[in-house]
Design a protein around this ligand. Structure first.
Ligand code: PLP
Length: 449
């Protein structure tokens, strides 16, 4: 297809996600044609560092021979067979491998096909467990302000980002909301230990009032991603986990973002050392190749669903593409690749480099906070360090910085006034230096214009 025609068609045919289409149709769209390593190439041949890992999914760069080959070999056998009544070789192989590398208290994986559905599964699993145990009144879920768990209505109901979720509030089921562990904007921000203690007390207060009605508590461990790259310590999770246990509330970890190496460990749970009852994963599970998700469950949870068919204890949930064979095959290859190439060791080394690279951002007067976790980093822009007022309007900052970065050869996607990078885990020190320098220049250009 002719390039100009393609650009016109890109604007006239697709309704893009999280995109103000009036702005998009007035812009010159970037159309990606191919990828190699950490680089994306558009139809004009321009090269970009994939600075957000194609929305946090890519692990080892693009077009990795071992992963390409896994799909090619699998498609020669079968592309998909349903898991409703049947199963497939890659689905079984992957489940077995996942349980081997996942925290040991999980004994089952339930497949679905994206992060939102992994969360839907977790919520339904939790509630139905309580129904089977004689507590259908446990219809409530506790969530955190600024949380993001996906865009389907169940996931939206447990979301806490007004900008994404407010419109749909009339459609949502009731939930309880505890404050976000946003230390930077907490009243005790100068004393993080005290801030965490207070946040745990606040959480306890919300729970105590409604304890008998709560099915589960869902959290993104260590970082609230889409809510603003809000990084918080494991102590907070230890505190809320204790409260959940006391009241028989399931603790659900949403590791859709943190799972598969982003934090420097395979799962954030490996760092936190708290055992949730349910764990939802997606994104990096296939290293960015295919849509796939798993929800891990403990044996106690799983066994509550066993019985005669007529007891109707079956977990009535599933999707047409659940456990897709191509996706499972590439996920198996991903796990092998991670092991064969000591990917987590590589990440540990890059993390140190990233921390060093981020330090100079403190010298910019409009940077209020600099945050890093594993192989991701964010800076929060403010107009004044004392009042911490965000620059307005955040949408303009966001798009202008993304555009300035693209002109300089990197794709990044700020969350409002929080500018972040989430590079592929395979990035080298030199590429990371280049990416951070582009991010820096883009911020300076926009904030000083
Ligand atoms: N949960 C978390 C923590 C996420 O970051 C996301 C997506 O960014 C989701 C759930 C939703 O995943 P998906 O976009 O695959 O539905």
């Amino acid at each position: 297809m002719d390039k100009e025609y393609l650009k016109k068609a890109a604007k006239e045919t697709i309704w893009y996600p999280f995109t103000q289409m009036r702005d998009y149709t007035a812009s010159d769209p970037i159309i990606i044609e191919r990828g190699e390593g950490v680089y994306l190439y558009d139809i004009d041949g321009k090269r970009y560092i994939d600075g957000n890992s194609s929305l946090w999914v890519n692990l080892h760069g693009h077009s990795v021979p071992e992963l390409n080959d896994a799909i090619i070999q699998q498609v020669k056998k079968i592309e998909h067979a349903t898991l409703l009544g049947l199963t497939s070789v890659p689905a079984v192989t992957l489940a077995e491998r996942l349980l081997h590398v996942a925290p040991q208290h999980f004994s089952r994986v339930f497949y679905s096909d994206n992060g939102s559905t992994a969360v839907e599964v977790a919520l339904k699993m939790s509630y139905q467990y309580h129904v089977h145990n004689g507590h259908p009144e446990r219809t409530n879920f506790i969530k955190l302000k600024n949380s993001y768990h996906g865009d389907t209505l169940g996931a939206v109901s447990v979301g806490g980002c007004d900008i994404f979720h407010k419109t749909f509030r009339p459609l949502m089921f009731e939930t309880l909301e505890a404050p976000s562990p946003y230390i930077y904007r907490h009243r005790y921000s100068d004393n993080p230990k005290r801030a965490i203690e207070t946040l745990i007390q606040d959480f306890a207060a919300v729970v105590q009032e409604h304890a008998d009605t709560i099915s589960g508590c869902i959290v993104e461990p260590l970082i609230q991603g889409a809510g603003g790259f809000i990084i918080y310590p494991a102590d907070y999770l230890h505190g809320i986990a204790k409260i959940c246990r006391r009241y028989g509330i399931h603790l659900i970890f949403d590791e859709v973002f943190t799972g598969f190496g982003r934090t420097g460990k395979l799962f954030a749970e490996d760092i936190v050392q708290v055992q949730p009852d349910i764990l939802a994963c997606s994104k990096g599970i296939t290293a960015g190749y295919m849509p796939l998700a798993v929800t891990f469950a403990t044996e106690e949870l799983y066994s509550a669903f066993l019985g005669r068919y007529e007891d109707f204890k079956t977990f009535f949930h599933g999707h047409s593409y659940t456990g897709n064979a191509l996706a499972c095959a590439v996920a198996v290859a991903n796990l092998e690749y991670m092991e064969n190439n000591a990917v987590l060791d590589h990440v540990q080394r890059r993390m140190l480099h990233l921390e060093k690279l981020m330090k100079p951002f403190w010298n910019l007067p409009y940077v209020g906070d600099v945050r890093t976790l594993g192989l991701l980093a964010a800076v929060e822009l403010v107009t004044d360090r004392t009042t911490k007022t965000p620059p307005a309007p955040p949408s303009k900052i966001k798009y202008n910085i993304a555009e300035a970065a693209a002109q300089r050869g990197a794709i990044i996607r700020p969350n409002g006034n929080v500018v972040n990078i989430v590079p592929p885990l395979s990035i080298t020190d030199e590429q990371l230096t280049e990416l951070v320098s582009i991010m820096h220049d883009a911020i300076v250009t926009v904030m000083e214009s």
